[in-house]
Design a protein around this ligand. Structure first.
Ligand code: SAJ
Length: 419
């Protein structure tokens, strides 16, 4: 039924999804406006970091099941996996979805299935269906003709964890939100080509809200942990011990505090709910604010530690070194985008008159635009030279540092691994 499948947007979600279909011997056309990425993929290589993706893409390209292009070509199913960021006022920005829909419209034919995978506000799938209908008045669409329509449309959110995409893509259950029951059926048939998990059917609006709910649930729970960390600091209590103790209760499961919440999903998606429901979404908005304010609180802790260190030493502030351990947005990845650790490190380096050392074992060089007095160093150099040590990301390398050896040092530990 689906001989040719097209995936629009070959990023962290689109490329693994294209590779998954190709691994089941389907003909897959990947589309991306980034000509450089297209060229890399057509060489059988990848332009992003994700464990085990490289070998699947390499095999798919070598066996002729996957190829990448910059302009859409006809296919039996189209999956749209493009970014959906928010604008300055936290309103969702659907311009990439609109551009993707308009780019596939000319090649659509009767019987085709169009799926939106990008995280989207409620109603985005219906909006996309309207954009398609406006571009192709010769075809019929489910918002007008229901199951009799020429084109079938569904919202099927991705829910894979960066770093585990090639496992979760196959194993996780899929929420399938068809605009009609037939749309859902067709979408299930499509994903069942590679899916080992279950397809769970609903409508498009519920599926859109489900994706936003999953990430908001996590954001609210991390905000609870982050708020506890502020309270515990004032009360002279270890938040790590507290959470471990509370979690011994059979119905309590508190997440872990940190320097803030990063990445492209959990720190973004709750705003989509807030934007559409500003009056009702009080808890969700506050959770975002609590998590977004955490890097500033960490900076204040660092300032206090440096002041204590200054009093205890005979050095001037400009002679003191602060070392930040970790820059990525979460452990054991190299992704520095939307990272609270990067935010904290930049604020420290902007403020501190001396050197700010940055330790990030997953990168070779610092990104452009870091403040002048910041320098990338090894873990060993930082441990030997720094006066104040700031733990920001619990990478596995840092967990091997002997906490006892740091007893006499000035520490700010946002991850509780140097207790
Ligand atoms: N974090 C904490 N404390 C915790 C757990 C996480 O501070 O206890 C922080 C992390 O350090 C990181 C941020 O939260 O900065 C997000 O990390 P994450 O591992 O919780 O999630 P992401 O953003 O990598 O992936 C999430 C996942 N969503 C859920 O677990 C509900 C993933 O399944 C989604 O597919 C992905 O968002 C997405 O694409 O939406």
């Amino acid at each position: 039924m689906f001989n040719t499948i097209s995936v629009i947007g070959l990023g962290y979600i689109g490329l693994p999804t294209a590779a998954a279909f190709a691994s089941r011997q389907k003909t897959v056309i990947g589309v991306d406006i980034n000509a450089h990425a297209v060229e890399i993929i057509n060489r059988g290589e990848i332009h992003i970091v994700e464990p085990d993706l490289d070998s699947v893409v390499k095999t798919a390209v070598e066996q002729g099941h996957l190829r990448a292009v910059t302009r859409p070509e006809p296919a039996d199913a189209f999956l749209i996996a493009v970014p959906t960021p928010f604008k300055d006022d936290h309103q969702p920005d659907l311009s990439w979805v609109k551009a993707a829909a308009e780019s596939i419209a000319p090649v659509l034919k009767k019987g085709d299935l169009v799926i939106l995978e990008s995280t989207s506000p409620v109603g985005a799938t219906e909006q996309m269906a309207e954009w398609l209908a406006m571009a192709r008045s010769d075809l019929t669409f489910p918002q007008h003709e229901g199951s009799k329509a020429d084109i079938h449309i569904a919202y099927c959110p991705e829910r894979v964890l960066p770093g585990k995409v090639m496992v979760e893509l196959f194993k996780n259950d899929r929420v399938i939100g068809g605009m009609t029951p037939l749309c859902s059926q067709k979408a299930c048939d499509l994903y069942n080509i590679f899916l080992e998990g279950e397809c769970v059917v609903t409508n498009s609006r519920t599926a859109e809200m489900c994706k936003l709910t999953e990430n908001s649930f996590r954001d609210v729970n991390i905000a609870f942990a982050n708020e506890l960390s502020l309270i515990c600091a004032d009360q002279g209590i270890s938040v790590w011990e507290l959470i471990a103790l509370a979690n011994r209760h059979p119905r309590v499961n508190i997440l872990q505090p940190g320097p803030g919440v990063g990445g492209h999903c959990i720190a973004v998606d709750p705003w989509f709910i807030v934007a559409q429901n500003p009056v009702q979404a009080r808890l969700i908005r506050t959770a975002r604010e609590v998590n977004d304010s955490k890097p500033h609180w960490v900076l204040e802790q660092v300032k206090k530690k440096l002041a204590e260190c200054l009093v205890a030493s005979d050095k001037r502030a400009s002679e003191l070194k602060i070392a930040c351990f970790g820059l990525a947005f979460k452990p054991d990845i190299d992704d520095l985008r939307e990272s609270p650790a990067m935010h904290v490190a930049s604020m420290i380096a902007d403020w501190h008159q001396g050197t700010t050392q940055l330790v990030e074992p997953n990168i070779q060089q610092l990104p452009h635009g870091m403040p002048e007095r910041s320098v990338l160093v090894t873990q060993q150099e930082a441990l030997q030279q720094a006066d104040v040590l700031v733990m920001l990301v619990d990478h596995r390398q840092f967990k091997t540092i002997d906490a006892a050896s740091l007893k006499s040092r000035w520490l700010v530990d946002t991850k509780g691994i140097w207790r």
